[in-house]
Design a protein around this ligand. Structure first.
Ligand code: G4P
Length: 531
């Protein structure tokens, strides 16, 4: 039997970050295919579209075509246990997407090689960078005409400010894309395209001077390619594993999710270099060793009302230290009676299975009647209390008010519970009060969820309308409000407080934000509440 230490060390918990349509779903599926978790690509997407249990909440999901349930995929590969967390994208992009990134030890960044770095990727990358976790880059869609690989590498360095080390190098581009050169292992993988990439791509392993490559590319192209590869080995430097571990360098892989080219190389190197579960730190910086005897974990996501009659909540817990055991008792993070953790579940897309034990790096779904706050620490040791999960800058704002005088109680109660759950953020300004709240969301869907749940779960009758703000920034903790109260902030700019009482500033446009900083060069503003 392997020791717990070894079991922890073989876990790889990560998320895929990308702009919509860059190929995250396709790559996820292909990782499962190569990981042996599915036999035929196409099944994850099919599962997503399969009919689900009907509840009002599910109806909303279906109407919007969002997927709330495919949160975690776990499979074994190359001696490792891979935990892949879904980062909700497209229409279901929300603060949850950012929060998932607080629960992973590494990330794979998928980039559409024809488009380069896009806006959403940049935002998600920033969150990973703040955490200093290893980020792997997959340049996808090389089977279509792509930007020159050197330009793509350059863009990583210029736009994201991260050093890039091409671990693989593509052979051909678009129509001629036929394989990749693995620079670390010094081998070439030549592929054959198979129907829709449903099965693993047949591969031939060769030396980079193999005549087959010249035959596939043509003599001129091959000569150019050789020159590029040789130039890279002279100018590219060494692969610095420490810089990768600290999030200062990204290893880059080229490929095509749809045809499976380069997927296995990515997975093999990810297993080799991806971070095992890292010690989580207490607010004073003390690291908690994952292999300690004390169980601890934190809640990074709460999904409410899978079944509206029971008001169950699915609480997602990232195990940080010790061993999680079914039916174990932990301290109440809010100071109440100890809580028994029954009904723990492992989730694979929409299938669930009861978990008996889980180790650091693993994610457990707890079906609970009570609600935990996002960021709550669950542990048996009162001295462990992890930092809260930061609040991320909303990009959409709305005023919500209770209409009329009846149902006020439902409105207040409902909203305060939803705010506790972290469904949305709220800010107080001199204009807000008990009946009118200013809400902030990362994605539009969060407003829909709030309205839907207030109406169906709490029987409230609120009205919501857009508020004239585009972004919010946090002042450092303890910043003097007086200092800014009498200052000229700009047209439509407002001081406010977040739910924890932190001083923030609301801007109607990005321009107003830039103008404010220009006029107040000493102001320190942050896009998250704390990290
Ligand atoms: P996402 O989850 O990041 O949003 O992306 P997704 O995998 O759904 O892919 C978006 C589109 O890009 C899909 O096409 C998908 O087939 C295509 N795609 C993904 N990877 C590759 C690749 O390596 N090469 C090429 N050429 N295309 C790729 P679609 O037309 O929107 O959907 P579908 O009809 O193909 O399912």
């Amino acid at each position: 039997m392997t020791s717990r230490h070894d079991e922890i060390a073989r876990r790889r918990t990560f998320a895929i970050i990308s702009h919509p349509d860059a190929g995250k779903t396709t790559l996820t599926e292909k990782l499962l295919l190569y990981g042996g978790a599915i036999q035929l690509a196409g099944s994850v997407r099919a599962r997503r579209n399969a009919p689900t249990t009907t509840s009002d909440w599910m109806e909303l999901e279906k109407e919007r075509g969002i997927s709330v349930s495919s949160t975690l995929l776990q499979f074994e590969y190359g001696g490792c246990v891979i935990n892949l967390l879904d980062t909700p994208g497209h229409k279901d992009f929300s603060e949850d997407t950012y929060r998932v990134l607080t629960a992973v030890d590494s990330a794979i960044m998928v980039i559409d090689a024809a488009k380069g770095i896009e806006e959403r990727t940049r935002k998600l990358f920033e969150i990973c960078r703040l955490r200093g976790i290893p980020i792997f880059t997959f340049m996808n869609k090389m089977d279509r005409p792509a930007l020159p690989p050197l330009d793509l590498i350059d863009e990583l360095e210029k736009v994201l400010g991260i050093s890039a080390f091409p671990v693989t190098w593509p052979i051909g581009n678009g129509e001629t894309f036929c394989g990749i050169f693995d620079r670390l292992n010094n081998v070439v993988h030549l592929y054959e395209r198979s129907a829709h990439g449903a099965r693993k791509a047949p591969v031939k392993v060769a030396d980079y001077r193999d005549g087959a490559i010249a035959a596939l590319l043509g003599a001129d192209e091959y000569a150019k390619w050789l020159e590029e590869v040789e130039m890279l080995s002279i100018a590219g430097g060494e692969f610095d594993r420490e810089a990768l571990a600290a999030g200062r360098l990204t290893p880059v892989f080229f490929g095509s999710g749809i045809t499976n080219f380069g997927v296995q190389n990515l997975l093999d190197h990810f297993v080799e270099f991806g971070a095992p579960p890292q010690p989580r730190r207490l607010p004073d910086g003390t690291p908690i060793d994952p292999d300690s005897d004390t169980f601890s974990g934190f809640v990074f996501k709460v999904q409410a009302n899978m079944n509206p009659r029971h008001r169950d909540r699915l609480t997602f817990l990232r195990v940080c230290s010790g061993t999680f055991e079914k039916d174990m008792t932990v301290l109440d993070p809010d100071g109440g009676k100890p809580i028994r953790l029954s009904y723990p579940q492992k989730l694979f897309a929409q299938e669930r299975e009861t978990v008996e034990t889980a180790l650091p790096g693993d994610i457990v779904g707890l079906v609970m009647h009570r609600a935990f706050k996002i960021g709550a620490t669950l542990t048996t040791d009162p001295s462990i209390r992890y930092d809260e999960i930061p609040r991320f800058s909303p990009e959409a704002f709305a005023t919500i008010r209770n209409v009329g005088t009846d149902r006020q109680k439902q409105f207040h109660e409902g909203l305060s519970q939803l705010l506790d759950e972290g469904v949305i953020q709220a800010f107080t300004t001199p204009e807000t009060g008990l009946n009118t709240r200013l809400l902030g969301a990362v994605g539009q869907l969060q407003f829909d969820v709030v309205m839907h749940r207030l109406q169906t779960e709490y029987g409230a009758n609120p009205r919501i309308e857009p508020a004239p703000f585009e972004l919010v920034r946090w002042f450092p903790k303890g910043e003097s409000e007086e200092k800014w109260r009498d200052a000229y902030l700009g047209i439509g700019v407002k001081l406010a407080h977040d739910l924890d009482g932190n001083l923030v500033i609301l801007f109607p446009t990005r321009w107003a934000h830039d103008y404010f900083l220009e006029k107040n060069p000493t102001a320190v503003l942050s896009a998250t509440s704390q990290m």
